[in-house]
Design a protein around this ligand. Structure first.
Ligand code: FAD
Length: 398
C-alpha cells in the first residue's frame, strides 16, 4: 500500500477537476462575480436564483483556492468571538453576527435539500475548548456572551476528545460537509440558461462610464454588467487601498487515520497555538482532519517541516496510523474580527466586495451570497449595515 500522503487536500483529491472554458469574447450579463471560491459561487448562485443572468470569472480552476484547501467546518462558533464582539459592538452587533452565521448554516442545508446535493452534510456539536486551566474562564465567558445573544451555547466540563482539555464552550446543531461536492454542484447550476462560469480568465480592472454601465476587463475579453462583485479573497481591485491592511495567515492541515474512535464533534481550541479537529467520512473510513497555527510551524522553513511538526504535535494526542493527505492554504483577517461584505468603495453602489473571513469562510462566504444578492436586487437585508465596510462603525461602542 502506498503510504505517502496525497499532497492535495482531501476535498480536491476526492472529487473530479473542472473544465469550464475561458471567456474568449465580450459578453453582457446582469452581474459579474469574480472569484470561484465559496464566496463567489454562493453569490453567483443566489443572484441566478433571483432571476439574474450572471458570469462567474475565475483565474485558475474553481474551488482550488483557499476554499479547496479549507477544513470546512460550518459553524457560527468561531473560536472566541462573541465576548470580543460584545465589547466592540455591543450585544446588538454580536447578535447580528451570530444570527447571520446561523442563518448561513440553515441556508446551506436548505440548498442541499432543494437540489438533493450529496455532500456528506451532517449536523453535529462544535466546541472551542480550553487548552490550559487558565483558559477555562475564557471559554465560560464565551458561552455566556454567546447565550446572551441568542446562540445555542453552553459551557461543558467534558469534551469528547481522547486528550486532556479544560472545559469548552459548545454550540449545538452546527454542521460539516464536503465543500467541493457542495460547490461543484452549485457551479453546474450557475452554468446554464444565459449564465456561465469561466475559468483561466483573470480579472484585470474595472471601468465605469459614470452612467451605471460597468465593465470588467479580463485577459480574455470584457464583461459588461450593471453590478460587479469582487470575491477574489484579497480584492484584486482596491483603488483606494481600503483593503490593504487585511492580515494574511497561513495554516497547515493533515488528514489522518487514527487508532482511537472518531471524535464526535468539531473542535477548535483557545491559545496562540490553537488546535483544530474534525472528521470526514470516506469509503476507507473516517479521516481526522487536524491542524492549527503553531508558531513553530509558522517558523518552519518548508511546508514539509510544518507538516512534520503538526504530525509530531498531534501524535501526543492521538495515535496516528497513517497520514492520508497534507495541505496548506491562507486566509485573511480583519482588524475588528468581522468580514467585509458590502460596497467595495464608499461612493459606488454597484461594485461589491466579500473578504476578510478570519478563518471562518464557510458561513461567511454563504452569508456574502445572502447579503449581496439582496443588495444587488434591491431587497432589504437585516445584516447588510453591520457587515458593510463603511457602515459597520455605527455599531461600535468600544
Ligand atoms: C487551513 C484553513 C482552514 C480553514 N478552515 C475553515 C473551516 O473549518 N471553516 C470555515 O468556515 N472556514 C475555514 N477557513 C476559512 C475559509 O476556508 C476561507 O475563508 C474561504 O474558503 C475563503 O473563500 P473565498 O471564496 O473568499 O476565497 P477563495 O476560495 O480563495 O476564492 C477566491 C478565488 O478568486 C480567484 N481569483 C483571485 N484573483 C482573481 C482575479 N484577478 N481574477 C479571477 N479570479 C481571481 C482565486 O483563484 C480563487 O479561486 C479555513 C482557512 C484556512 C487557511
Amino acid at each position: 500500500m502506498n503510504t505517502e500522503p496525497d499532497a492535495r487536500s482531501i476535498w480536491i483529491a476526492t472529487t473530479p477537476s473542472t473544465s469550464y472554458p475561458s471567456l474568449g469574447h465580450d459578453i453582457e450579463v446582469d452581474t459579474v462575480v469574480v472569484g470561484g471560491g465559496i464566496a463567489g459561487i454562493s453569490i453567483a448562485h443566489m443572484l441566478k436564483e433571483s432571476g439574474q443572468t450572471v458570469a462567474l470569472i475565475e483565474k485558475d480552476r474553481i474551488i482550488e483556492g483557499t476554499t479547496g484547501n479549507t477544513t470546512a467546518k460550518v459553524t457560527s462558533l468561531h473560536g472566541i468571538t462573541y465576548a470580543k464582539l460584545t465589547k466592540r459592538f455591543g450585544e446588538a452587533g454580536a447578535r447580528l453576527y451570530g444570527e447571520a452565521n446561523e442563518a448561513a448554516i440553515s441556508k446551506i442545508e436548505e440548498i442541499i435539500h432543494q437540489y438533493a446535493i450529496d455532500c456528506d452534510f451532517s449536523r453535529l456539536p462544535a466546541y472551542t475548548y480550553a487548552q490550559t486551566k487558565d483558559d477555562t474562564a475564557k471559554v465560560r465567558q464565551e458561552a455566556e456572551a454567546a447565550l446572551q445573544v441568542g446562540l445555542p451555547a453552553s459551557f461543558v466540563e467534558n469534551v469528547p476528545l481522547p486528550y486532556e482539555t479544560f472545559g469548552a464552550v459548545m454550540f449545538e446543531n452546527q454542521a460539516q460537509f464536503h465543500v467541493r461536492k457542495y460547490l461543484l454542484a452549485l457551479a453546474e447550476i450557475i452554468n446554464s440558461d444565459g449564465s456561465s462560469a469561466f475559468e483561466h480568465t483573470t480579472a484585470l480592472d474595472i471601468h465605469t462610464d459614470g452612467q451605471g454601465n460597468y465593465q470588467l476587463i479580463t485577459d480574455k475579453g470584457i464583461v459588461s454588467a450593471k453590478d460587479i462583485v469582487v470575491a477574489t479573497h484579497k480584492p484584486f481591485y482596491d483603488p483606494k487601498g481600503t483593503y490593504k491592511d487585511l492580515f494574511e495567515f497561513k495554516d497547515y492541515a493533515l488528514g489522518v487515520y487514527i487508532e482511537e474512535p472518531t471524535p464526535q464533534g468539531e473542535f477548535f481550541s483557545t491559545g496562540k497555538e490553537p488546535h483544530s479537529v474534525r472528521y470526514q467520512p470516506t469509503d476507507k473510513g473516517d479521516v481526522i482532519i487536524i491542524g492549527g497555527k503553531s508558531e513553530a510551524e509558522m517558523a518552519a522553513d518548508t511546508p514539509e517541516e510544518a507538516f512534520r511538526l503538526t504530525k509530531e504535535d498531534y501524535n501526543t494526542k492521538f495515535t496516528i496510523k497513517q497520514v492520508g493527505y497534507q495541505w496548506f492554504t491562507e486566509d485573511y483577517a480583519t482588524k475588528d474580527g468581522v468580514p467585509y461584505i458590502g460596497r467595495l468603495l464608499s461612493n459606488d453602489k454597484h461594485i461589491y466586495v466579500a473578504t476578510g473571513f478570519n478563518g471562518w469562510g464557510m458561513t461567511s462566504g454563504v452569508l456574502a451570497g445572502m447579503i449581496l444578492s439582496d443588495r444587488i436586487t434591491g431587497q432589504s437585508n437585516p445584516w447588510s449595515v453591520f457587515f458593510d465596510t463603511f457602515t459597520r462603525e455605527s455599531y461600535r461602542i468600544g
